[in-house]
Design a protein around this ligand. Structure first.
Ligand code: UDP
Length: 413
């Protein structure tokens, strides 16, 4: 019988799979619990949906729980998210009280699972206080920060830090995101799943389907950004870049594909701004896709000539990895995890302004051979560095190191 892991050997190589089995063997039967705040939408949910089943396939008792909150909770955590990424977001005391109460309530609800787990991975600030409300915990707790918290708005970090300081370890996506904390810190960049609907190979017909579905012209260049409607993703900057290029190279089409994550109340406001900026241009297509439109996003990424991710702040940017895996050059904001993926002039271009993005779009549209060459390099770069198997290997290594922490030597068979 072909297992899920065997299927990965086709893209990652058999040696990689054997290594995973070897690392997981001492962890057989261990309870590993992941907790975040949304089951759909956004990169964290995307990763957990793949990582947890793979851990299970390695005979680890892995599970994933989602905390729930009221509107005030999401308003507060959105402000925290913005503040950790540097915005001066003042959060009123009553919202912080509610944030703690929601965590206390969720802690109550999840108590049995939280206390029974050998390892608990808490993702991002939303559920960070859970540890405080779980005094009888017996496992090791790890805080996994997916966002760029390198220059947070200090009052908000000062508030959050005591909740996080008590963890046994924390994980950041890039070295420069790490914070001063009284516990070991690990650097693990995220990954994509090459077998998922979002990233698997598609037939020509499946890719071509998007032209008909969204009224796009296959004969004209297609620019794409896939992102939640969020200011940090700079959709207005993308529209500006497109408008600048259009003056010199007419005929291109721009697709802004997004949806709103259930924990992002600001999305509607940004979406309206985007609609206003795009008004009157039939070649700008704003697509509101349901959270499970993975195949559609896959096809759009494959249909696109150039993929943009003009973020102003970006924890990692899975959309960048996804596009690169499909052999597309990416024009990305010169920030956060995009710097780890888009190697300037090699796998794509990094830009700081709409003008910069416009310049690179124009260059690539005039150099189809360069576009292909960059796209091929991008795909290989992802194969080497950002597939799920590498991600899982680093999680397993971290768990082993925490599990056997005080021993001089870890013997793996
Ligand atoms: N995504 C999606 N539908 C959308 C927008 C985004 O499925 O409408 C996916 C996207 O393909 C990627 C993830 O959500 O897998 C976004 O992750 P990323 O790291 O780029 O950004 P985040 O939303 O976590 O800030």
């Amino acid at each position: 019988m072909t297992t899920l892991l065997d299927a990965y050997s086709e893209t990652s190589g058999q040696g990689v799979i054997d290594h995973l089995r070897q690392l997981a063997a001492p962890l057989r039967g261990m309870k590993i619990l992941h907790v975040n705040s949304t089951r759909v939408g956004g990169g964290v949910a995307e990763i957990l949906g793949k990582l947890v089943p793979l851990m299970q396939e390695l005979s680890i008792d892995a599970s994933w729980e989602v905390i729930t909150g009221n509107d005030d909770f999401y308003q507060c955590t959105k402000a925290m998210h913005n503040a950790l990424q540097g915005s001066r977001a003042r959060i009123p005391r009553h919202l912080l009280d509610n944030y703690e109460q929601v965590n206390r309530d969720n802690g109550e609800q999840l108590r049995e699972k939280l206390e029974a787990a050998d390892f608990v991975f808490i993702h991002d600030p939303q559920p960070a206080p859970l540890l405080t409300y779980c005094p009888a915990r017996r496992g090791k707790w790890i805080w996994r920060c997916h966002i760029d918290a390198s220059h947070p708005y200090r009052p908000v970090w000062k508030y959050l830090k005591p909740f996080i300081a008590d963890y046994d370890a924390s994980i950041f996506s890039l070295p420069r995101f790490a914070k001063t904390l009284p516990h070991p810190q690990y650097i693990i960049p995220p990954s994509i799943d090459p077998l998922s609907e979002k990233n698997m190979d598609l037939t020509k017909e499946e890719v071509w389907g998007v032209y008909g579905d969204f009224d796009l012209d296959p004969e004209r260049p297609l620019l794409l950004q896939v992102s939640r409607f969020d200011r940090f993703k700079d959709p207005l900057g993308v529209i500006q870049a497109y408008q600048l290029v259009k003056k010199f190279v007419p005929g291109q089409q721009l697709v802004l594909a997004g949806g709103t994550a259930t924990d992002d109340p600001e999305g509607e406001v940004v979406l309206q701004e985007v609609r206003d900026a795009a008004a009157g241009d039939p070649d700008i297509h704003i697509l509101l896709l349901p959270p499970d439109a993975h195949k559609t996003i896959n096809a759009l990424q494959r249909a696109a000539d150039i993929v943009l991710q003009k973020s102003i702040k970006e924890g990692f940017g899975l959309t960048v990895t996804e596009a690169m895996w499909k052999g597309k050059p990416v024009i990305g904001g010169d920030t956060g995890g995009i710097q780890l993926q888009v190697i300037n002039f090699n796998t794509g271009f990094r830009v700081n302004t709409p003008e910069g993005a416009a310049l690179r779009i124009r260059y690539l549209l005039h150099q189809p051979a360069k576009m292909r060459e960059m796209g091929n390099k991008a795909r290989e770069f992802v194969r080497d560095n950002f597939l799920l198997t590498r991600h899982l290997r680093e999680y397993l290594t971290l768990i082993l190191s925490l599990h056997y922490g005080s021993e001089d030597r870890i013997e793996l068979n």
